[in-house]
Design a protein around this ligand. Sequence first.
Ligand code: ZN
Length: 309
Amino acid sequence: MGGGPDELGARLKAYEGRPAAVTGVGKDPVNAPMIRHWCEAMGDTNPAYTGPDAIAPPTMLQAWTMSGLGGHQSRTGAYDELLGLLDASGCTSVVATDCEQEYLRPLRPGDEVTFDTVIESVSGRKTTKLGTGYFVTTRTDVRVDGEPVGTHRFRILKYAPARRSTAKARRPRPVVNRDNAGFWEGVAEHRLLIQRCAHCGALRHPWLPGCNACGCPDWDTVEATGEGTVYSYVVMHHPPFPAFTESDHAADAGGPYAVGLIELAEGVRMVSNVVGVPYDKVRIGLPVRVEFQTPDEELTVPVFRVVER
Ligand code: ZN
């Protein structure tokens, strides 16, 4: 799919409001055995779902309309046509993104459910991490004896999978939040900062809002010397992750890499890459020293290089 005018999007829009299923009939009436299985699977012990006055868990709404392996006769051609257009345009992958339900009244054993499904909306072309495609939302109106009992909206993304970039693999971004922002600000200045409790002086890493030792929320920082040892490590073989390997040993790109648990001289431990030796030469007790790498212009990360000591 190109980046030009969204002609496909306009064609897809024409499906909004068309029925996807007409006068569907639930395969089974609302019934106690299905309710019991659901509650067991969910670990839901709410007493409202058992006994002579039991109601069905509201979130079972979709279960009463599901077609099972046999399929439904109620499905119209419009929905298949829509999906066919998307397939033909290269949007061959699909992922369910979310569902929304509204409940108008409880369902009880014996209720016989009917439903109609409409193609409620089709988005314009969207690019997500998965690829470029279209969100399609269907709305199923559920009834008992013609009376509305609930609505189930279901959204999928039908997309063309993103091609794997041939550019240099980008290292994943750290998750920076208000609890650990200070750590990453330090890293940007090539300083390794350890949090220190203002009350009891205990050092901690990773960064947390409060002290594990005394619960005090106040803290300051000390700058680590950067000296440490490999306390433990694992070697990652799968999945291949070139962003973690190509910087230090080009020949190993996409191959195994060592993830170290580094014990700093100050006593706290942190997880990082061990660099400077091949992955299969990393050993517990190896002396290491922090080094700040800048894999791309937006990112600085601390890694630990094996040193002679
Ligand atoms: Zn403390």
